[in-house]
Design a protein around this ligand. Structure first.
Ligand code: HEM
Length: 508
């Protein structure tokens, strides 16, 4: 009888404590499955043999410069970041094509600090005013931020205000990409395709007032704009702002200080540095060694190794009390000498928005803080699978303390319950997408049939046909629906695609 009671008690305790142990165990299992499916080809730093002191030396090494070719991991990223991952800046190998694309990105992101700040503030004000300031609201911060950045980057690309319908196309696209990356939803190409079609139409009409990379076909230009500005830019800025605002919702003293003196950019910069130190947007950035790398440790790294740079691990080294959120530490630290690389390393393809991002994040934070106070009690992890639930209370109409406490308790309890369902779902979806990416082998197939400048390899029987007669053949081992976007009738993409170059056979 006593034994039975003990068993029942143990079972009840296990069930009731699922919110604490299940999500963590499932994440650990998911990482193991990913590592197994993707192979054991990689070297992750920092590690006991190559510590933090060698981290930036390795990252900045001239031979640590391969991006996609030769890593099984690339198939997964190409799958997640479709359509057109072969022309996304972050996936291009060094060379003329990369240089042209990178220069175009810089040109689109250029602007005076004043103009960029004003544009970001205007886009934020418009989106926040739509929300209204009459009553408190429960929001997911990532969802709140996405339309702001959709409008902002649309303005940078097209130099005109973003129509609401196009804003929806952009947020549908970005939301689908980031949800698939976090394995909270499957990849759904039908949510991305309408934006590709829109961009193709605009390109055909000559509506993009920037000099776009000439080495790309029109369809590739559409993929480039979609990938860089309406995927990477919108996703990264929304994630960064969700982290920043969630930090403020958790640390009322910090929030109070910023709200009291909105012009204190120095303190806001410390808060942003500390937020990106603890919650870097990149978990791992990878490179492929294009030559042997000798760091003088007595164990050279062979060419072809996949080098994985762990941002969270590196950011936790070299700081006192590294897990604590202490913005004040940046009063004495320098971002140049501290172990702090939220935008990558200058010597190896750093983020082109390194200057722009903090500038416009400041502007949007001010717009939020002048309207609302923020409160939340949800778990704060780097991957933010819950999209940062938060209570926004209009500054002019504060909530009575007991009501605020009740909402916090509700947010906390709902978050724990959601985690129990979300973690197994992520496990299933993640495994499914990893296997789908392995089956399609998009990067491997591409590099088996093209050189790193995107030219079909003559030795491949079917791409040789393409190069010779201009027919858009698909390589035999390429998946028919490799990015799920059927060529739009308005594309005008014949074999020559209007640019004089044979159309890339990797286009659908
Ligand atoms: C706070 C926001 C952002 C953060 C923290 C961030 C972070 C980073 C980091 C760490 C890298 C380097 C990864 C590596 O070494 O492989 C990177 C690369 C990149 N980022 Fe950002 N990013 C942000 C916003 C943006 C925005 C707004 C854009 C808009 C175009 C952008 C476009 C890119 C591109 C194209 C690359 C690849 C660069 C190359 O390979 O040449 N990022 N970003």
């Amino acid at each position: 009888m006593v034994k039975r009671a003990a068993l029942v008690t143990a079972a009840a305790a296990a069930v009731l404590s699922t919110p604490w142990w299940l999500p963590r165990s499932v994440v650990a299992l998911r990482m193991k499955i990913f590592a197994r499916v993707n192979g054991e080809e990689s070297l992750t730093v920092p590690n006991p043999a190559l510590g933090p002191d060698r981290f930036e030396q390795l990252y900045g090494h001239p031979a640590a410069n391969g991006r996609s070719k030769g890593a099984v991991l690339s198939d997964l990223f190409w799958y997640w970041l479709s359509p057109g991952p072969h022309v996304h800046q972050e996936h291009l190998e060094a060379g003329e094509r990369y240089a042209e694309v990178a220069a175009c990105t810089q040109a689109v992101l250029a602007g005076t600090s004043r103009d960029l700040t004003r544009a970001a503030a205007r886009c934020a004000a418009a989106a926040l005013d739509e929300l209204g300031t009459r009553r408190p609201r429960l929001v997911r911060l990532r969802d709140l931020m996405m339309p702001i950045w959709a409008s902002f980057f649309y303005e940078l690309v097209f130099q005109e205000p973003c129509p609401p319908a196009v804003r929806t196309l952009i947020t549908d696209n970005a939301d689908d990409v980031v949800s698939a990356l976090k394995c909270t939803r499957p990849r759904r190409m039908y949510r991305r395709a309408p934006l590709t079609r829109h961009l193709l139409r605009r390109l055909a009409a000559g509506d993009v007032p920037h000099r776009l990379p000439r080495g790309l076909t029109r369809r590739e230009q559409a993929y480039y704009l979609q990938g860089t500005f309406f995927n990477t830019a919108v996703v990264q800025m929304s994630e960064a702002m969700a982290h920043l605002l969630l930090v403020l919702a958790e640390h009322h003293d910090v929030q109070g200080r910023l709200a009291a003196d909105p012009a204190d950019d120095r303190y806001l910069d410390h808060v942003m540095n500390e937020t990106l130190r603890l919650y870097p947007l990149f978990g791992i950035a990878h490179r492929i060694a294009t030559d042997e790398i000798d760091l003088g440790t007595g164990a050279p790294i062979p060419a072809g190794s996949v080098l994985c740079f762990s941002y969270p691990d590196y950011h936790l080294t070299g700081h006192r009390d590294p897990h604590a959120f202490v913005p004040e530490r940046w009063e004495t630290l320098s971002t140049k000498t501290a172990h702090h690389i939220p935008f990558g390393v200058a010597a190896n393809r750093p983020c082109p928005a390194w200057r722009l991002a903090p500038l416009v994040m400041r502007a949007v934070t001010r717009e939020v803080l002048t309207r609302f106070t923020l409160d939340s009690a949800v778990a704060h992890t780097r991957s933010l699978p819950h999209r940062a639930p938060c209570l926004l209370v209009p500054r002019e109409r504060p909530l009575p303390a007991p009501a605020a406490r009740a909402v916090r308790a509700f947010l906390w309890a709902r978050d724990r319950c959601e985690d129990v369902g979300r973690a197994p779902a992520q496990l299933v979806l993640g495994t499914w997408m990893v296997l789908a990416a392995r089956r399609r082998r998009m990067a491997e197939t591409y590099f088996a049939t093209h050189d790193t400048e995107g030219r079909p390899l003559p030795r491949h029987p079917r791409t040789a046909a393409t190069a010779a007669d201009g027919t858009a053949a698909t390589p035999p081992d390429a998946p028919a629906d490799h990015d799920g976007v059927a060529p739009a009738p308005e594309d005008g993409a014949g074999p020559q695609d209007g640019t004089g170059r044979p159309r890339c056979p990797f286009d659908p």
